[in-house]
Design a protein around this ligand. Structure first.
Ligand code: DHB
Ligand code: FE
Length: 285
């Protein structure tokens, strides 16, 4: 059976891609952020996932305001990158696991999540930057991208995204093949790119989210989308991807690693690794 080994969540600021291209790992601006990946690399080398399920938000590359699914799941053989022009290098395609994608799609619809299924799907910086941060130069995993609308209101609630994650977690665990699966949430933490609050960051709220997401994720569902916009910024709602990632961790969850650094571009940049220990099966009475 497939097993969920854990989750990683990280920001996906496009300028990280330019810093990688320019090898700025030791630059004083970048070092505190990039060094937060040393542990992630060790963890991935040890855990060796086969597949990464990505909760992310499309930024207008694949879906635009005319047609914007709340939740969309990829079922493609490969996912090409054609980013929308942040001056970052276009990345190599990521490979898909179509059989696993279709299993997740079937299980989600059976579980009353009426997602959009995508046999063709492009991926933007919200997938390629985290892939390149986790596996510099070579991506040894197949992916299943799950896009959550964080762009055009109405957005799904925190509670709904946590439930989506839980449904994905159940679906992963019902896959008969012995896959080692990790889940990824991208974006956040607090940031706002436009308007009079451009540059808005809320360290206190970010710390609260980082604390609660480990062992009390349900307490975060008290925040409405409008609360999230007000507390974390108009783009801070990308935290929906993080809460979905957390929902997919079905076992005993512990924080293996956390890095928080302000700012990277306009964003409070955070990276976490959550370990997922399978719950001991209940003994038969
Ligand atoms: C930035 C952050 C994002 O989440 C994004 O999608 C684009 C840009 C930024 O801080 O520059
Ligand atoms: Fe973003």
């Amino acid at each position: 059976m497939a097993r969920i080994i854990g989750g990683v969540a990280t920001t996906h600021v496009p300028s990280i891609g330019k810093a990688i291209a320019d090898k700025k790992y030791d630059d004083p601006y970048w070092k505190p952020f990039f060094s937060g990946f040393d542990y992630v690399h060790q963890w991935l080398a040890r855990e060796k996932p086969d597949v990464a399920v990505f909760f992310y938000n499309d930024h207008g590359l694949n879906f635009f305001l005319d047609k914007l699914p709340t939740f969309a799941v990829g079922a493609a053989k490969e996912y090409r990158n054609e980013d929308e022009g942040w001056g970052i290098p276009v990345a190599r395609p990521a490979l898909g696991d179509q059989a696993f994608s279709w299993h997740l799609i079937n299980a989600l619809v059976a579980d009353e999540f009426d997602i959009t299924m995508c046999q063709e799907m492009l991926i933007d910086h919200a997938v390629t930057i985290p892939l390149e941060l986790m596996w510099p130069g070579h991506w040894p995993v197949q992916i299943v991208p799950i896009s959550i609308n964080t762009v055009q209101h109405p957005l799904p609630s925190m509670a709904r995204c946590l439930k989506l994650g839980r449904a994905v977690g159940r679906a992963i665990e019902s896959y008969p093949q012995d896959l080692r699966v990790m889940v990824v949430g991208t974006g956040g933490l607090s940031h706002q790119l436009d308007g009079t609050r451009a540059g808005f960051i809320n360290k206190e709220f970010d710390q609260l989210c980082l604390d609660k997401i480990v062992s009390e994720p349900d307490t975060l569902t008290r925040y409405s989308i409008h609360d999230m916009v007000s507390l974390a910024g108009a783009q801070g709602v990308e935290f929906l991807n993080w809460i979905a990632m957390r929902g997919a961790l079905t076992g005993k969850v512990s924080q293996a690693h956390r890095n928080y650094h302000i700012p990277i571009s306009n964003t409070a940049a955070a990276t976490i690794v959550l370990a997922n220990e399978a719950q001991a099966a209940r003994k038969a009475a």
